[in-house]
Design a protein around this ligand. Structure first.
Ligand code: 5GP
Length: 342
């Protein structure tokens, strides 16, 4: 349905290496045939399900293909262009800076390369505004988290406003938020916004409670925060009181089996509360989706009208990390496009 492609959209939860399309993976495989990687190892097709553990194995395979500055530049440029082609007008990409001894890649050159890709797309006139979040992989513990925040801080000051915040992600069954608290507090104090994966799996109640005290600026997933999912009313109250938007990724959660079916997705719970909810893709490459499809799925699953869908995309503007002037520009753009879409 072209309606979903045509409405202007905001994407706030997209992991760079999870967003690599089939076409780009093909290019990467042809550059490194010796790895014997097949496309079935880098994506989860229609109707397929994997455990979250298996999803994290998929990222490891992709990381083998994306281990040089050239590969990062290719991947970031392609991903940005693909989001733009899908009608995304504002994108916050996130990625974990990685070092690769064998190719000389450092965390710093990793970030510089992503920033270069964003600048190149802008110079080439790609119709999308892009910002970047530096991701902390939770499994790497206290010191790496702190080092990552320092790097993010440096880039925030040197990237012309392109680096706007941090993300906390990685395998939710590994590590504990309390080890990462000093780094997250530092990020907050230096003006970096934060989007944290919270309660993505069951049994993270104590951690979510602790991290909600920061409080974060946005929440990724939050699948198990509310009482019906084993969370608690006090967690919900904290989220509501601080008005912390949720980034919700339907296909990712269903394919990664943290949510049993589309109709049981927690979008319903938070949307009914009138709480800010932003539909996102998470990993459009790995989960074989795009943002238009996610909007369409939400509409068909939860009976949203076209006007509801429009409002959902428009309200996402309020949740972006870029400065107020960017929000104003986007709101104007939405108003201009409204007539063309309906
Ligand atoms: P990258 O940071 O390398 O660009 O993107 C892949 C990484 O994003 C993964 O290794 C993982 O740390 C993180 N990631 C991607 N999808 C998910 C997800 O659904 N949940 C969590 N917790 N982390 C994810």
């Amino acid at each position: 349905d072209l309606f979903y492609r045509n409405i202007p959209k905001v994407e706030l939860h997209a992991h760079l290496n999870g967003s690599v399309s089939f076409q780009t993976i093909e290019k990467l495989i042809s550059r490194k045939p010796e790895l014997n990687i097949e496309h079935s190892m880098t994506a989860i097709g229609k109707g397929q399900r994997r455990t979250l553990d298996e999803c994290f194995e998929v990222f490891k395979v992709i990381h083998k293909l994306v281990d040089t500055e050239e590969a990062i530049l290719l991947v970031a440029t392609d991903v940005i262009r693909e989001f733009a082609a899908d009608g995304v007008k504002y994108l916050e990409l996130r990625s974990t800076p990685r070092e690769e001894k064998s190719t000389g890649l450092t965390k710093r050159t990793y970030l510089e390369t992503v920033i270069r890709a964003i600048q190149q797309c802008k110079t080439q006139g790609v119709d999308i505004d892009v910002r970047f979040l530096v991701a902390i992989d939770r499994r790497n513990g206290t010191e790496v988290a702190m080092e990552t925040v320092k790097l993010a801080e440096e880039f925030m000051l040197s990237s012309d406003g392109l680096v706007v915040g941090i993300d906390l992600s990685g395998d939710p069954t590994v590590g504990h938020g309390k080890e990462l608290l000093p780094a997250l507090e530092r990020a907050k104090n230096c003006g970096l916004k934060s989007s944290l994966h919270l309660s993505e799996v069951r049994s993270q109640l104590e951690e979510s409670d602790l991290l909600l005290n920061l409080p974060p600026d946005r929440i990724g997933h939050g699948t198990f925060l509310h009482p019906e999912m084993g969370g608690s009313q006090s967690l919900v109250d904290k989220v509501v009181k601080n008005n912390i938007p949720l980034e919700l990724c339907l296909t990712s959660n269903v394919k990664g089996q943290t949510v049993p079916s589309y109709s049981e997705h927690h979008f319903q719970y938070w949307y009914q509360l009138g709480h800010p909810c932003v539909l996102c893709t998470d990993d459009k490459g790995v989960f074989c989706t795009d943002l238009s499809q996610e909007y369409q799925l939400a509409a068909s699953t939860f009976g949203l009208s076209r006007e509801d869908v429009w409002k959902l995309s428009q309200r996402a503007i309020d949740c972006i990390f870029a400065e107020e002037a960017v929000k104003q520009r986007l709101r104007k753009r939405w108003n201009e496009l409204h007539g063309q879409v309906f």
